[in-house]
Design a protein around this ligand. Structure first.
Ligand SMILES: Nc1ncnc2c1ncn2[C@@H]1O[C@H](COP(=O)(O)OP(=O)(O)OP(=O)(O)O)[C@@H](O)[C@H]1O
Length: 314
């Protein structure tokens, strides 16, 4: 288990991570979100022992970086880390770099070839194994970064923007890979792509100004949108829509007169699509189409992080 208690990090008297606490258990795939500069990379660097905390504590499987060097080493053996930008020694070939990582990780000599073979298959690197990293495309460079994070089969994976620079097919592949790996691991993924969170994660932590402002499931995040369970209909021509507000479970509605689109919002936890369509049929309303609204996680993210900004300014 990863237990983070009240950690803060100060750079030049500026508190970029501020009293952050959370716990992560095996099977958790956490989407770690926040606006630019929110403190995500700094937090990840502290989780991997790359940066010390200014205050607070991090315990990983009962061990802490502040104990002896041996304890810190034990923690690091259990962590695979893909840093922001996926840095690597670019004048090495992919094979040379991965072999170097197996040496740094002190993997037994007899297991190195097999580990390189397995990880290259996992992240689809076989075709560029003997190419210099500096000659690879951005997508392949990112995959090399992923490979070095996975090569020692760690039970904690910390991935800073793992799909950045990948094309849609590669993104899909990496998301599937993370999902498959996640079964028995703890995974923390920082990303700006909210669809990725819905596709891969079973938990979301959002930070803004270094502080936690959301920690729950992607489903709960979706429920925070006013569009959750909302229904939109398009009228053929202007007509009386006031009855829609009387439907059980309806909270409110908006009407865009120019376009004749009406959006009916549901009370929290209520499904209204059935009632709305029945109402339309019963009252023979002139409606061209009816459809359930799609929640836009970007909007919820904006709402949560902007609210947090406003509270900060008060
Ligand atoms: N080594 C450092 N020295 C001084 N300031 C730093 C250092 N590292 C990060 N910062 C500052 O800390 C703040 C948080 O940076 P961080 O990289 O953690 O944010 P982030 O949430 O990962 O942002 P992004 O989404 O843009 O990657 C920023 O204002 C950044 O300039």
């Amino acid at each position: 288990m990863i237990s983070v208690k009240n950690i803060s990090r100060v750079f030049n008297q500026h508190r970029v991570v501020d009293d952050l606490s959370f716990e992560i258990r095996p099977g958790d795939v956490v989407g770690f979100l926040g606006p630019n500069g929110a403190g995500k990379s700094t937090t990840m660097k502290m989780l991997t022992g790359f940066l010390p905390v200014s205050s607070g504590s991090i315990e990983i499987n009962g061990l802490s970086f502040t104990q002896s060097g041996r304890e810190a080493l034990k923690i690091k053996q259990n962590i695979g880390y893909l840093p922001e930008g996926a840095p690597a020694y670019s004048d090495m070939t992919v094979y040379q770099f991965l072999y170097f990582i197996t040496q740094v990780r002190r993997m037994p000599r007899t297991t190195r070839q097999q580990a390189i073979g397995k990880v290259c298959e996992q992240v689809q690197l076989e075709q560029v194994l003997n190419k210099k990293i500096e000659h690879l495309s951005k997508g392949f460079k990112r995959r090399v970064g992923l490979a070095q994070a996975l090569i020692h089969d760690p039970n904690i994976l910390i991935l800073d923007e793992p799909t950045d620079g990948l094309d849609p097919n590669q993104k899909y592949h990496v998301r599937q890979l993370i999902k498959n790996l996640a079964k028995d691991k703890m995974v923390i993924v920082s990303t700006h792509i909210l669809d990725e969170v819905a596709a891969v994660c079973n938990r979301v932590i959002i930070i803004a100004n270094g502080k936690k402002c959301f920690d729950d499931t992607p489903e709960t995040l979706k429920k925070m949108s006013p569009l959750h369970n909302a229904v939109t209909l398009k009228l053929s021509y202007a007509s009386d829509i006031s009855g829609l507000l009387e439907i059980d479970g309806v909270l409110d509605m908006t009407h865009t007169p120019g376009t004749n689109y009406v959006t009916v919002f549901a009370q929290p936890g209520r499904y209204i699509l059935g009632q709305v369509t029945s109402h339309i049929q019963y009252h023979q309303m002139p409606v061209d189409m009816v459809y359930p609204e799609e929640v836009r996680l970007d909007d919820v993210f904006r709402k949560i992080t902007l609210e947090s900004n406003q509270q900060e300014q008060v």
